[in-house]
Write a protein that binds this ligand. Structure first.
Ligand code: TPP
Length: 252
C-alpha cells in the first residue's frame, strides 16, 4: 500500500476513496479532516453520513461515524446531539450528505432541523443529480440539464424548478450560518475551508444550525472530464447557484 504523506490525522491510514476520478468529494473529505485536526475535534466528533456517494465516509474519516437512512441524516444527528447533551456531554455532530438526500427525500427533516435551530452542522454536496444511483434528475438539477430521467433536459412544465438550498435554509430562524461554496480553483478551495471552519465554530459556540452547500463535480454522470466539469461549475452552475454567504448570525 502506498504511504500517504502529510495526510490529516483524522484521515484513516491506508484508506482508499471510492469516489469517481475527478469528483470533488475527496477534496471536501480532506478539508473536513484538516479542520477536525485544527479544531482538535477528533475525539468528540460524531459524523453522520447518508445514502449516496457520502456513504463510505467511515472508510476515510477516523472519527466516530454512523450511517443514516436516505434523507434522515439531520434527524439522526439531532437525536445523537440531544441524547449526549441530556447526559451532560457535548459531542461535535455534523452530517455529510448529498443534495438529493438533504433537499429531496430529506427536505422535511433538513428544514425542520434548521427551523428548530438544532446545534448541528450540515455539509451538503450539490452535484445536481442523484450521483450514486446513476445520475437521475434530482432537486438541484438545473433547467435544461440532461440526466438519465430527463433525457431532453429539465423543463419547467414537467419537472418544475430546482431548489436553491442555501438560500432556503438561510430563511429559517434557527439557522446561524448558511453559505454556498465551490472548489474549481485554489482560491475557492481555501474559501470553502474558511466557510466550513466557521460553520464548525458556530456549532462550538452553540449558535444553532450551520450549513455549507458545496458545488461539486460529477464527471461520470455529467459525462465530462474532471477539467470540463470544473469549468462547467465556474462558467455555468454558479449562474443558477451563486456563491456567497446567505446568513451569518454574527454579521446581522
Ligand atoms: C429510502 C431510499 N430510497 C432510495 C434509495 C436509493 N438511493 C440510494 S443513494 C440515492 C441517491 C443519492 O443522491 P444524493 O443524495 O444527491 O447523493 P449523491 O449520490 O449524488 O452524492 C438513492 C435514490 C435508498 N437508499 N433509500
Amino acid at each position: 500500500m502506498q504511504q500517504v504523506f502529510n495526510a490529516p490525522k483524522s484521515i484513516k491510514k491506508n484508506s482508499t476513496f471510492t469516489f469517481c476520478p475527478g469528483c470533488d468529494h475527496g477534496v471536501v473529505v480532506k478539508l473536513v479532516a484538516q479542520l477536525i485536526d485544527e479544531l482538535n475535534l477528533q475525539e468528540e466528533t460524531i459524523a453522520v453520513a447518508s445514502s449516496g456517494c457520502s456513504v463510505f465516509l467511515y472508510n476515510s474519516l477516523d472519527v466516530d461515524c454512523i450511517e443514516s437512512p436516505h434523507g434522515r441524516a439531520c434527524a439522526v444527528a439531532t437525536g445523537i446531539k440531544r441524547a449526549h447533551k441530556a447526559k451532560g456531554k457535548n459531542k461535535f455532530v455534523f452530517t455529510y450528505q448529498g443534495d438529493g438526500d438533504f433537499a429531496s427525500i430529506g427536505l422535511c427533516e433538513s428544514m425542520h432541523s434548521a427551523l428548530r435551530g438544532e446545534n448541528i452542522t450540515t455539509i451538503c454536496i450539490n452535484n445536481t443529480n442523484y450521483g450514486m444511483t446513476g445520475g437521475q434528475l434530482g432537486p438541484t438539477t438545473t433547467m435544461g440539464q440532461i440526466t438519465t430521467t430527463s433525457q431532453t433536459g429539465r423543463n419547467e412544465e414537467y419537472h418544475g424548478f430546482p431548489i436553491k438550498t442555501a438560500e432556503h435554509i438561510a430563511l429559517c430562524n434557527g439557522t446561524s450560518f448558511s453559505t454556498r461554496v465551490a472548489l474549481y480553483d485554489v482560491k475557492n478551495i481555501l474559501n470553502a475551508k474558511r466557510q466550513i471552519k466557521k460553520a464548525f465554530e458556530y456549532q462550538q459556540k452553540g449558535y444553532g444550525f450551520s450549513f455549507v452547500e458545496i458545488l461539486s463535480t460529477c464527471p461520470t454522470n455529467w459525462k465530462l472530464s474532471p477539467q470540463e466539469a470544473h469549468k462547467k461549475i465556474e462558467e455555468e452552475l454558479i449562474k443558477t447557484y451563486p456563491l456567497g454567504i446567505f446568513k451569518d448570525i454574527e454579521n446581522e
